[in-house]
Design a protein around this ligand. Structure first.
Ligand code: PGA
Length: 265
């Protein structure tokens, strides 16, 4: 794991946007795995800026989001489809027909959505880079603790804690869904590159478990220890409980020195 400790949310977003820009330069028709939630918002704002300034284009990009609630229509402001349109898709030059979420329309069988979503991802060549946030309980996507570490895209029931954490987004608690369709941990592990973002003290314990704890279903993000190409971007608060904190900073310094010496050569 490449663990990078940055000052704050703005630095995390700048670094994440740089990594995405580099990918799109190498592969303009990349397939991006996207996340909703508060954490990636600053990154999306940077990407919007970059796109408006002509530094990147999403014209040939395809996106697959991690998850979507069951029971909310695309027009519902609390749906992740609506969130993505509002926070990213409407402001960049992406083809709306190339943006996908595991949505379950009225009359559709929720159990059929997962396998169809995975087939669609495969048909587009798989995910090049998956952006992830992390829940306070260590979840990635809506893979709650005790999810199978090899799980596939499927229906999941949210924990009471997750429902509570997201309550602030719902005016009417009775309309807040308790179930969602989420990419599985096994599905996420197939992305060629993973970018995990975490900011704020409330994530510090989950980050510690994910990076330094055992690989365990009780912390779904810990499975990323088994992935070959993961970059974890943390602000100081999210990194504050890491035992290897100083080591990660030392590694970053050594990398900088190495890059500088190559630039000088
Ligand atoms: P957040 O959610 O980015 O809103 O903190 C992350 C998550 O629960 O996966």
């Amino acid at each position: 794991m490449d663990v990078v400790i940055l000052k704050d949310d703005a630095e995390v977003a700048a670094e994440a946007a740089t990594i995405i820009r580099q990918l799109l330069r190498q592969k303009p028709d990349a397939v991006l795995g996207l996340a909703s939630g508060n954490t990636p918002l600053a990154t999306y704002r940077r990407l919007i800026q970059d796109c408006k300034q002509g530094l990147i284009s999403f014209r040939d990009v395809t996106t697959f989001n991690l998850d979507e609630y069951i029971g909310l229509s695309a027009e519902d402001p609390q749906s992740y489809r609506h969130f993505m349109q509002r926070e990213l898709f409407h402001h960049i030059d992406i083809d709306p027909g190339s943006t996908f979420l595991p949505e379950c329309g009225v009359g559709e069988d929720p159990l059929a959505i997962g396998p169809a979503y995975e087939a669609l991802i495969r048909s587009r060549g798989g995910i090049d880079l998956q952006i992830l946030g992390i829940g306070q309980n260590g979840h990635i996507g809506f893979n709650e603790p005790a999810s199978s570490l090899r799980s596939r895209t499927r229906v999941k029931t949210l924990t009471r804690d997750t429902v509570e954490a997201n309550r602030k987004y719902f005016d009417d608690p009775l309309k807040q869904p308790r179930t969602a369709i989420t990419m599985g941990i096994g599905s996420i592990m197939e992305a060629r590159q993973v970018l995990l973002l975490a900011t704020g003290a409330s994530k510090a314990e989950a980050v510690r478990q994910a990076i330094e704890g055992p690989v365990a279903a009780m912390c779904p993000a810990s499975m990323l220890q088994m992935h070959e190409t993961v970059t974890v971007l943390l602000d100081r608060e999210a990194a504050s409980r890491l035992e290897l904190h100083d080591y990660f900073e030392w590694v970053a310094e050594q990398k900088r020195l190495l890059l500088d010496s190559r630039a000088d050569a």
